[in-house]
Design a binder for this molecule. Structure first.
Ligand code: DHB
Ligand code: FE
Length: 280
């Protein structure tokens, strides 16, 4: 049977890609943030997963406001990145695991999740930055991917409760996937941030701490708020915590251990965090 090794959760601020391109990891502004990642890279090097199931949100590269699926699952053999206008180098492409994608899609639809399936899909900084942070300087990514995109951009957004349920359904699909693959679950985005409007620059360290403290053992504690309530606490883009919640759901009920955690304010406009919940 396939094995789920655990979850890797991280912010995906585009400026991180610029810092990587310029080699600024040791720069005083960046060091406290980048220091969170060598332990994660070490864990991944030990475990050597074959596939990553990645819960993230697209920011307008693949889906624009004219067509916005609530939940979309990639089912491609290959996923390309493209220029989003952040001034970042275009990232190398990702290999897809389309067989696992279709298994997850079949199981989700059977489980009454009305998802969108994407056999062509561009992936943006919410996919590329988390990969660059833990697998730097590689000719090719060492894992295949299954992207699961959640709409955190155009309201109405799915509730946190529904995202947790989606994640749990993906987790059940992974449990029934017959292969020798090692699977890592990834959730990207957050933590608190607001890029626009009167509260631009808003960060809420208390809410972030609450999320980091409860995600592993009590994810239900994160799903009591409405979307408006999460926006109030986390900021308009802080709702990207939905991706973390879904990824936590995919880890299911198995025992978990917090392997590493880092929290640093701010990176660009964002309270930046990384976390590994290891299956034990
Ligand atoms: C920033 C954060 C994000 O999550 C994002 O998608 C884009 C920009 C930022 O803080 O600059
Ligand atoms: Fe984002």
């Amino acid at each position: 049977m396939s094995e789920i090794i655990g979850g890797y959760f991280t912010s995906h601020v585009p400026a991180i890609g610029g810092a990587i391109a310029k080699g600024l990891q040791k720069d005083p502004y960046w060091k406290p943030f980048f220091d969170g990642y060598p332990p994660i890279a070490e864990w991944l090097n030990e475990e050597k997963p074959d596939v990553a199931v990645v819960f993230y949100n697209d920011h307008g590269l693949n889906f624009f406001l004219d067509k916005m699926p609530t939940f979309a699952v990639g089912a491609a053999e290959e996923y390309n990145n493209a220029d989003e206008g952040w001034g970042l180098p275009v990232c190398k492409s990702f290999r897809g695991d389309s067989a696992l994608s279709w298994h997850i899609i079949e199981q989700l639809v059977a489980d009454e999740f009305d998802i969108t399936t994407c056999q062509k899909m561009l992936v943006d900084h919410a996919m590329t930055i988390p990969f660059q942070l833990v697998w730097p300087a590689r000719d090719a990514w060492p894992v295949k991917i299954v992207p699961v995109a959640i709409n955190t951009v155009q309201h109405p957004l799915p509730s946190a409760k529904r995202c947790l349920a989606l994640g749990r359904a993906v987790g059940r699909a992974l449990e029934s996937w017959e292969s020798d693959d090692k699977i890592v679950v990834i959730g990207t985005g957050g933590l608190s941030h607001q890029l626009d409007g009167e509260r631009a620059g808003f960060i809420n360290a208390d809410y972030d701490r609450f999320c980091l403290d409860h995600l592993m053992d009590d994810p239900e504690a994160l799903v009591g708020d409405s979307i408006a309530g999460i926006v109030e606490k986390a900021g308009t883009q802080g709702v990207e915590i939905l991706n973390w919640i879904a990824a936590r759901g995919a880890l299911g009920e198995r025992p978990l251990k917090k392997r590493t955690e880092n929290y640093h304010i701010p990176i660009s406009n964002t309270a930046a965090a990384s976390l590994v919940l290891e299956a034990v």
